[in-house]
Design a binder for this molecule. Sequence first.
Ligand SMILES: Cc1ncc(COP(=O)(O)O)c(C=O)c1O
Length: 426
Amino acid sequence: MSSEGVRFEASEEFARRMDAEDPLRHFRDEFLFPLHHGEQSIYLVGNSLGLQPRKAKPYVVEALEDWEKLGVEGHFAARHSWMPYHELLTEQTARLVGAQPLEVVVMNTLSVNLHLMMVSFYQPTRERSKILMEAGAFPSDQYAVASQVRFHGYSPERDILRLTPRSGEETLRTEDILETIERHGREIALVMLGNVNYLTGQAFDMAAITRAAHRHGCRVGFDLAHGAGNLLLSLHDTGPDFAVWCSYKYLNGGPGTLGGVFVHERHARNNALPRFEGWWGHNKQTRFQMGPDFDSIPGAEGWQLSNPPIFQMAALRASMELFDRATMPALRRKSDLLTGYLEFLLDRLPPGFVRIITPRDPKQRGAHLSLRFSKEPRKLLEKLTAQGVVCDFRSPDIIRAAPAPLYNSFLDVYRFAGVLEGHARD
Ligand SMILES: Cc1ncc(COP(=O)(O)O)c(C=O)c1O
């Protein structure tokens, strides 16, 4: 078996050789791993909460010290002044998701941003009232979508179209998504999909979906919670109207930290769009004149409501600098190999022990593999945890394992498979 022309081998020596040849191997040292009996744990939940970058603490401490010494003057006189602090993340975020700087902003959290985007991009009419989403979308997205539909006086039962896999299949077929858009396009106000499904790990063809939806006059938005920092994205060229994501998974920004928003350039100066407004979205030159009328900053920044939380942004800066140094194309290359290696080793475990439900095609997935085991998954997870392996469980019966290319090694993957092999045989 091979991935990208590499012939995988099921041996520790091979895993170590892959690590020695990995051009990104030094990034592992930039992160703090939870310890298990004094050793780094095998941390495979970067798809849930990424690890702490070493520089997160000094960056947060810098902001705390500036606050201590400067008080309110820190807005202008801090080492990184707080007034334009969020702009420190703009260029890096734009590179991360393949956008223009004008198109991105870091603010709020994912579900909040999804609501803000739907305020602007879900404008149902009697003829075009529906939202197309995955039946298996993350629950918060389902609640957000249903409540928006109700807010406009429509009915979630009638106005949410839910994509389900064919009977006997675990994941959606692109052709079925496109066919649904062809069939219902004229009734759909908004196509709102993930780009990597949280449960199955399936990645969707964002470009084909966006093209089809726009051809039918629908608006398109993506939830990139499991895609940002994982997949190679080119949001500007792909062309959805908006995208939202969180920064605590692959982006290692820390628990509950800020989300990101993309609004396509075509909407940058469209003041006819409905939106919820706040003072941080107001023209920076006149913000402090404190006038009563809102004058939007062009682009995604215009959707900001509040002045941003500096400590959270400080921690996120530490990780975004690493992404910028590593670059997404290089991370994606390594990720394909790491996850391909995990797949290769899982396929060698005793028959019937584990089934991979994530698509086998590397183009239809990111880092994570979703696994169904013949043994009771919660008990298995407990045993793995006791052995220093950190994965996660998602109801009803899935264990997810995500080698994150910024800090996981081929040896992590090899050791994980070794621990599983022990359980396959007991
Ligand atoms: C796909 C997806 N959407 C939405 C959310 C909710 O994110 P938040 O709690 O930041 O609003 C998550 C959280 O894990 C998620 O995985």
